[in-house]
Each structure stands twice: as C-alpha cells, then as structure tokens.
Write a new protein. Structure first.
Length: 296
C-alpha cells in the first residue's frame, strides 16, 4: 500500500512533498477531536497540539504513525490512492481540498461530483463570441448550448433526434455534415481519439460506454478506427466547411474548458481568413441555416 524512501534527513525532498506536508499539518490543526468523533482525553485546553494529533489522524485513516509523520515532514514517501482518500475523509476535506491533496501526492484527481449546469450562463458565453460559431458539450459530448452562428454555418442541433444530439453522433451519422466537410475523415478520426481519451479518464461512465456501443453498430468507420485504439488530445486545427450559400469557409478550431467545470468542453470555430469572416457575415445576414432537416 505504501512504501518509504528518502527516510534519511540528509536526503533532499521535492517542493511538492514539502507542500504536501504543510497542507496536511494545516488541515490537522483546524480540527478538534470532537469534529471526527473522538472523545477528548483530559482537559482540551491543556492539549499541546493544536487540533488533532498525528497519532489520531493515523489511527482514523488506518496508516502507521511513523509513515504519516514522514508524510508531514515532507519526506519522499509514496502513497496509494486508497490511503490518500482515507486521509481526505479523516481530515474532512471538501472536493477542492481533496483534489489538491491528490495532486500533491502525485495521483490522478478524484472524479468531480455532478455539477448543476447553468445553461443560461453558458448560452451567454457562446453568444459573446459571435460571429464565430461556438458550442459547449458535456463530458459525454452531448450538446448543451450553441450560438446562432453555429446553427447557420454548421448545423442546428435541434434538428437532430434528442437521443443523438451529440457531437460524435453528428460527426459519424449525419451525411450532410460529412459531405460539407473537406477532410471529414481527418476530423472524424480526431474526435475518436478524444473519445478514447475521455473514456480513459472516466472508464466506468455508463453513458460513454453506451455512446461507443451505439456508434460501433451505426458506423463502419467508427468501428474500424475505434479498434485501432487512437489516443490523442486536441491539437490546433483548421477545418473547411463547404456552405451551400457562400462556398468554402475556413474555420480555426479552439477548444476550451471552463475552470468552474472542467468536464465541459467549449469549441469555438473562428474565421481563419478575412474571406472566411466575410462569408460568415453574409451567412448571418441572410439568416438561412445551412440545411433544414425534419425529425423522424
């Protein structure tokens, strides 16, 4: 579960381990025995240790006192996820503090709890980047919000069946989108890689698993590329959309994640050239969507 190294006082320690020790000491000092269900021994006013004792934290977390002492001293000791999470529970850490503890211990961040999405706030965000097409997706690439430029230049997500109102479903099953995208295969393979990366981060996510299963049946290209196990995070890219009203529009793609909820993904497709900007302006002035589909 745990291992110790660097137990000699002469061995240099990393700044991260030092910060880990400082963080644990600060969190231990803010708690009293009653806060964690312990009956104080003797007169609380005469306790020499502010807050909990190291022995108390170690016992409640199920770890050795010596090992925990080394951790607080900033020594280079390794800890498993289970031990670090036990310390987080003992010290009554909130989600932000728990995430920080995991980071200082060199572990992956814990899963964020579901956050209530304020769609009106997100809508104001995508509207603010007009005239660039913009959209925001959740952790499973379902559309949350999009702006008018996205509807007129790319697609209207409301024209998609509700159960397939999803970026990857759109990429692989909407034939009109495929026809209008120059280098569709390159863009589609890129989103497969991003889906692989997302599933690696959330391997137990039932919605992601269902998305993969459905696309594997629905799209031969998805099935083939998924089996190749591509993993690549987003790279700067320029796509070309052949709009039926104005012709080719070059769009530079940006992906951003709001700090308030990193599970969300914002995609902005900015005009890559002055000509592209002029053509987007013409599309917005005409007010006609790139296509109109009747839901079945």
């Amino acid at each position: 579960m745990v291992s110790g190294k660097g137990t000699s006082d002469s061995r240099p320690v990393s700044a991260r381990h030092v910060q880990l020790g400082e963080f644990l000491r600060a969190q231990r000092a803010r708690l009293q025995p009653a806060d964690v269900g312990l009956v104080p021994y003797g007169d609380p006013a005469r306790r020499r240790t502010p807050g909990l004792r190291r022995e108390e934290v170690a016992e409640l977390s199920g770890v050795g006192v010596t090992w925990y002492t080394w951790l607080e001293q900033g020594r280079e000791v390794a800890a498993s996820r289970q031990v670090i999470d036990a310390l987080a529970r003992t010290l009554r850490l909130d989600p932000d503090q728990h995430r920080h503890l995991r980071f200082l211990a060199g572990l992956a961040e814990p899963e964020d709890p579901d956050i209530d999405t304020d769609r009106a706030r997100l809508q104001r965000l995508v509207d603010a980047v007009m005239p660039s097409p913009a959209s925001i997706y959740d952790a499973c690439f379902d559309y949350l919000v999009w702006n008018r430029a996205y509807v007129l230049v790319r697609d209207d997500p409301l024209d998609l069946p509700p159960e397939r109102r999803n970026l990857i479903w759109m990429m692989f099953t909407e034939n009109e989108n495929r026809r209008r995208m120059t280098h569709w295969a390159r863009a589609a393979r890129a989103v497969v890689s991003q889906l692989r990366d997302a599933l690696g981060r959330r391997p137990d996510d039932a919605r992601l698993a269902a998305l993969v299963a459905g696309l594997t049946v629905a799209s031969p290209e998805f099935r083939r590329w998924w089996s190749e196990y591509p993993v690549r995070r987003f790279r700067p890219a320029t796509i070309v959309v052949n709009h039926p009203g104005v012709g080719s529009i070059e769009l530079e793609v940006f992906q951003l994640r709001p700090a308030e909820d990193p599970n969300l993904l914002m995609v902005i497709q900015a005009p890559a050239t002055p000509v592209a900007a002029e053509r987007i302006a013409a599309v917005l002035a005409a007010g006609q969507p790139a296509r109109k589909v009747t839901n079945q």
